[in-house]
Design a protein around this ligand. Structure first.
Ligand code: ADP
Ligand code: MG
Length: 570
């Protein structure tokens, strides 16, 4: 798992570890040269050679040390970078079903916070485990050479300590995972509030929302403190075990000296090794405990990478001017948003030929927006088929399918950034002339002229600096700029005033002459203009026809016509 992320960097990590070991070796050589220097002094010999050697060693030590720690930290940052990149790309390809089940704030925490934890782990933990483990083995080897029975005693103590640490380690992992989970919860709670701060303020809900954020932050603190406690215990167990080993070796070794099995020099040498063992053992234990924190982060990163995502196809070019309009067919489509939810479509069937305008009408919740979601392949039907140009959307490469479509969502989303960014979002290569032309047809020219920075004015988070009607016109302009072969408008003009609505209606009618237009309609003016009307009710198609036919033949349509949208006729 974690090793998998560090794998591409294994040689650099090894280099860093070797540099660290060399630094240590250079440090160890220093006392020897110092001894030489003093001997030279007392023997009245020249000390220049020793002095130069010492300076070289000191400088080498410093350079190697700096280089080693730079290489290791750089590698750690590279691991974080590559994980962040991979995760960000993956999250952008997530299926909408996965997003329906997740909190964006939590997903964000996984990229920003969890990946950061990998930094310390790659260097400190992996390298610490390597160098510490190596030193540990070497020291044990030396101990074995000095006296095998005493080594046995020492190993006994180590095994005992290892068992205790082994019990503690999973707890560190669990607490770290929960701490990170709480960071995710905090991210989600914050995103929820900041994403709808006006509503929160208007509802006077700041204090309650604040408590949710605080609770998550506190829980993260609590779990981190727990992890710290267990880590401290593990570290101290390691320290304690060495003290115990020292005393045991002293006692047992003393007895062996008394019986004459070993001499006192052997015992002293062995005790020195026990002393030397302390540092690498603590290093290894620290590496193991720290690894748990990283492993918890990795588990959360991998959880996100297991969410269903769309296949990674290359981006598709836009159809371009003069492309043939698309046809759309629904064949007995059945659909539910999730296993545990009621079906939303119970066998929806209709056909839309290329060109012309088709209006979808029906009560709220009938499944009209869902029709568009299925065409865009945000979801897959549970039964039946959705065909675009006679091909099942499942058999389309998703980017090619979406490149053919211009979609104005029901709430006309606008992204933070400039007006220009928003317009060019779906057609980054559109020229300035074309942009001017679309601004004209969507009646945005006046707005742009008014704005202090024109097209470069920033529109705020989710376009809060625009009015609802302006947002809708921006969304329509964005869709038209793509020159779609299929235009989907979901109540796209609901917030426009009468004058703008009439103008946009002409624009849409004009578009319908060379592309296929599907609109979820809410005004009689749109409906009467449509070439065909699909009446939807509770997830089925009740009737298809023109306004004249349906008023006479369909009771639901007649009722809708009389009450819902006909009342808003200008
Ligand atoms: P319409 O656009 O006709 O008003 P929709 O197609 O938006 O209706 O919704 C149809 C039904 O599906 C509604 O009952 C709605 O609650 C439900 N629904 C819509 N989107 C989702 C979703 N993402 N997850 C679960 N249920 C949803
Ligand atoms: Mg809808």
């Amino acid at each position: 798992m974690l090793l998998g992320y560090a794998r591409p960097y294994r040689w650099v990590l090894l280099l860093g570890a070797v540099l660290s070991l060399l630094t240590g070796a250079a440090g160890l050589a220093l006392p020897l040269v110092a001894r030489q220097l003093i001997e030279n002094l007392s023997a009245d010999r020249a000390i220049t050679g020793a002095l130069i050697l010492m300076s070289v060693l000191v400088v080498t030590n410093a350079v190697l040390g700096a280089l080693g720690s730079y290489v290791l930290q750089r590698t750690a940052e590279s691991v974080v970078l590559s994980v962040r990149r991979a995760l960000a790309s993956y999250l952008l390809r997530l299926r909408i079903t996965a997003l329906d089940r997740s909190e964006p704030g939590d997903l964000m925490a996984r990229i920003t916070s969890d990946t950061t934890l990998l930094r310390a782990v790659t260097t400190d933990s992996l390298v610490g485990f390597g160098t510490g483990g190596l030193t540990l083995l070497a020291t044990l080897l030396m101990m074995g050479i000095v006296d095998l029975p005493l080594l046995g005693v020492t190993l006994g103590v180590i095994v005992l300590a290892a068992t205790v640490v082994g019990v503690i380690v999973p707890r560190i992992n669990k607490a770290s995972k929960q701490a990170q989970e709480s960071v995710g919860l905090m991210g989600a709670a914050l995103e929820r509030v900041l994403g709808a701060l006006r509503t929160v303020k208007a509802s006077g809900a700041e204090h309650r929302e604040e408590q949710a954020v605080h609770a998550a932050a506190h829980e993260s603190w609590r779990q981190s403190v727990r992890a710290a406690l267990w880590s401290a215990l593990a570290g101290n167990t390691a320290g304690l075990s060495m003290q115990v080993a020292f005393i045991t070796v002293l006692g047992f070794g003393g007895a062996r000296v008394a019986t004459g099995a070993i001499d006192i020099g052997t015992l002293v040498a062995f005790l020195l090794y026990v002393f030397y063992l302390m540092a690498p053992i603590q290093q290894v234990v620290a590496a193991i405990t720290q690894y748990q924190v990283g492993a918890a982060a990795v588990a959360r990163i991998q959880e996100a990478e297991r969410l269903p995502a769309e296949p990674a196809f290359p981006a598709a070019p836009l159809p371009g001017p003069g492309a043939e309009p698309a046809s759309v067919t629904f064949e007995d489509v059945r659909f539910r948003y999730a296993e545990d939810l009621e079906p939303v479509h119970h066998g929806v069937t209709f056909t839309v030929p290329p060109r012309g305008m088709t209006a979808f009408v029906g009560p709220s919740g009938a499944g009209k927006t869902t029709v568009f979601s299925l065409i865009e392949r945000f979801y897959d039907p549970t039964g039946g088929r959705v065909l675009v140009d006679g091909t099942d959307v499942q058999d389309w490469e998703i980017p090619r399918l979406r490149a053919a479509i211009g979609y104005v969502e029901q709430d006309a989303p606008v992204l933070s950034g400039s007006l220009r960014d928003n317009l060019l979002l779906g057609a980054p290569d559109a020229g300035e002339d074309r942009l001017r032309e679309i601004l004209e047809t969507t009646r945005l020219t006046g707005l742009v002229a008014q704005l202090p920075l024109g097209l470069d004015t920033l529109v705020g988070h989710r376009g809060t600096k625009l009015s609802g009607g302006e947002r809708q016109r921006v969304a329509i302009a964005r869709a038209l700029l793509r020159r779609p072969r299929l235009l989907l408008l979901d109540e796209a003009t609901s917030q426009l005033d009468a004058v703008n609505e009439a103008a946009l209606r002409d624009t849409v009618a004009e578009a319908a002459r060379h592309t296929t237009v599907l609109v979820v309609a809410h005004r009689l003016s749109t409906v009467t203009m449509a070439d065909r009307i699909v009446v939807m009710d509770a997830g089925t198609v009740k009737a298809v026809g023109t306004h004249g036919e349906l008023v006479a033949s369909d009771s639901l349509y007649a009722e809708l016509a009389a009450t819902q949208f006909l009342s808003s006729v200008e």
